[in-house]
Design a binder for this molecule. Sequence first.
Ligand code: AMP
Length: 563
Amino acid sequence: MGEEKKVMFHEMELDDRILKAISQLGWPNPTLIQETAIPLLLEGKDVLMRARTGSGKTAAFTIPVIQKILNLKNTSTHQGIKALILSPSKELCGQITSVINDLTLKCSREVRCIDISQNGDMQIQKSLLADKPDIVVATPSRALAHLKSNSMRLKEDLSVLVVDEADLVFSFGYEAEIKELLGHLPKIYQAVLASATLSDDVLSLKKIVLRNPVTLKLEEPELAPSSQLQHYHLFAEEDDKAAILYALLKLNLIRGKSIIFVRTVDRCYKLKLYLEQFKISSCVLNSELPAAIRCLSVEQFNRGRYEIIVASDEKALEKPDGGLLGDEEFGKKRRQKSKRKKDKESGVSRGIDFQHVSNVINFDFPLDVTSYVHRAGRTARGNNQGSVLSFVAIKEKPLMDAVEDHLSKGFNGQQVLQKYEFALESVEGFRYRSRDAWRAVTRVAVREARLAELRRELLACRQLQGYFEENPTDHAALKRDKALHTVRLQPQLAHVPEYLLPAALRNEDTEADVDAAAPAPKKKKQAGNFGSAKRHKYQARQSDPLKSFQLKNLKKTPAADDT
Ligand code: AMP
């Protein structure tokens, strides 16, 4: 590999206010796409960038947009909409807007942005647009509706157009709208297309939107390098997997937000109910859940309401809207002028970012290499640190060997999946508790939990509101069932008494429990690791719990340190 010099943010001639915001976001240096695209966009070039979600592409186009607006403001006091950013779904528009808000933290008065994709009164949006915000983020239909009704005019002032997830624009059936929308733009403006693939559709969009563009097809590695993403494995059979997970979580050896993958939807609930008994809360994500719940789970996870997501398949994460229709199929349906207009803008599909996932835990080993790569790709996004810990039962060993074979090719034959040594015998007490708790989650309990989820959805369903108003007894009956506890809770399980702790972690002076309810130490966003518990609860102890656990191969990542 060549020793190419990395361009840093401060070498890009960016405004100080942007640099400050970037540093506040904790981004130490640009990602590959940012490093390449930002200078080109600052030069004023049209750019077609192939970039996947997680590559940092949103900032790759928003940073130059903000810089350009600040430059324009230096020379003119005339207020106008200077940038239009189009994205195929409301959720993605929301995500882009939030990145812009973060990046304009220090210049929010100079650079104003509104997102008109969200369901809102057109009239209210009209009045917001009348203020001519500098940046408008929208789905193509929303933008076009406002252009047609004259509540937004771009002919005079627009200076940049961005189309994000350009390949989805076609599959969402926005093609005609984009073409019509171009007629409302000035003759000269800078344009950017960002797309995960360079399909024929994108290439035809490129022809109509871009002029003499630079095409960036960055060869990004399948997964982040080992300096950023560590892979561990641990041999364990069924009962022990549960006990180890419980011990790792309770002893705070797992830091930061985690996604735990299991094999089936039932196991999702089993694991959730198992953890619940120890007062470890998590939310479940699988492709059988209604779209609204899936999106809500992702949103709550991102907002930090949950630290743990238990997922049964990576497809549910790729498409939190469930991929009820695949992109292709969705596109076809749109082209046939389906009447289900609502779906068009709420299709989250690709692009939704699970933010700051520090750990991916394969409770069940994925069934093939692609699936491993997909799961692992959920962490170490942008330039963040991350770790993957896979529990491997004997029968899963061939699957792990296949993954090791595949990954090591990209690392010059070096071993990639490091052994995570965990002496379960030193936490024997955890094992007993765990066995009981695991068995307490019966099939009936799992079924009840799934039903409870559905019931919750029914109660929340807008279309049924009218029915419930007319039939209040049905509503009450459903509501009453909601309180059903599918597993008998044993409050004592929430605490880990001193005697359960391995010798190295015991505190001679106190009888204090490791309090389950106590939050894990505040981790930094990118603190992805399975680390030492000694820094917080066991701060004063001299013996290193890592040694007593024989977690020899763990590297202490600096990111885990409190700073
Ligand atoms: P995106 O590909 O735009 O969806 O970004 C993926 C994630 O990377 C987001 O959570 C960003 O906050 C994060 N990110 C973007 N740029 C950087 C950077 N230069 N350093 C660290 N994280 C970044």
